[in-house]
Write a protein that binds this ligand. Sequence first.
Ligand code: IPE
Ligand code: MG
Length: 249
Amino acid sequence: MALSPKEPIGTPLHVAIVMDGNGRWAKRRGLPRTLGHRAGVEALKRTVAAAPDLNIRSLTVFGFSTENWSRPAAEVAELMALPRRYFESDLARLERDGVRVRALGRREGLSPDLQEMLAEAEARTAGNDTFLLQIAFNYGGQADIADAARKFAQDVADGRARPADMTEATFARYLSTADFPPPDLVIRPSGEQRLSNFLLWESAYSEFVFQDVLWPDYGKDHLAAALAEYAKRERRFGGAVTDDVLAAG
Ligand code: IPE
Ligand code: MG
């Protein structure tokens, strides 16, 4: 089955994950936080491998936020090294398995080396269509919205767009997540219950599942448990309960 842009919401699912708890995982083991982040990459590999079996077609993961720059320099350096660590071991397999990789977030501000790595991952997988993996790196929902607004304003200034063209659908096309459906489900492990500037626009009608597991321990069983919880939810997108509508009709 081909992955097409603008696919209707429903199964197969688009799941977004705030990969959280690496630092606490390391601390509990008396390890430096950097080792928690490395263990987090292994959890990402397990989760990406498990997703297609669970009927997930797109996965968006939060790797580094525009606010994470405020961490100590050594930790930032370790986080910046993670995409290379991940792609060096996994890009060939992702490419072979039909996974299309996209990086979300601000490229400027990343080292030329890292920008190149992300561009290479995108280019080598651009023709793939069985699974979409979006990695949010140097990403912030507010920054992405601000960037989209700036691009639209520039298009208006250059005569390519008019203010009257601005609608929700138009705006979505200026975001870095343009062209693909919004997440059906947002998962946050580690016990924290907040969005932390992830997919602010896109999560308008997402379901949220919070789990008490630290990200480096995450795997197929946790993902399956989150999906089981999601399956119990009733999504109405602002409409009414279907049975009530039928009864009223
Ligand atoms: C997630 O783990 C990794 C990033 C945010 C980049 P944390 O580093 O936030 O781990 P905790 O929250 O301190 O446990
Ligand atoms: Mg955290």
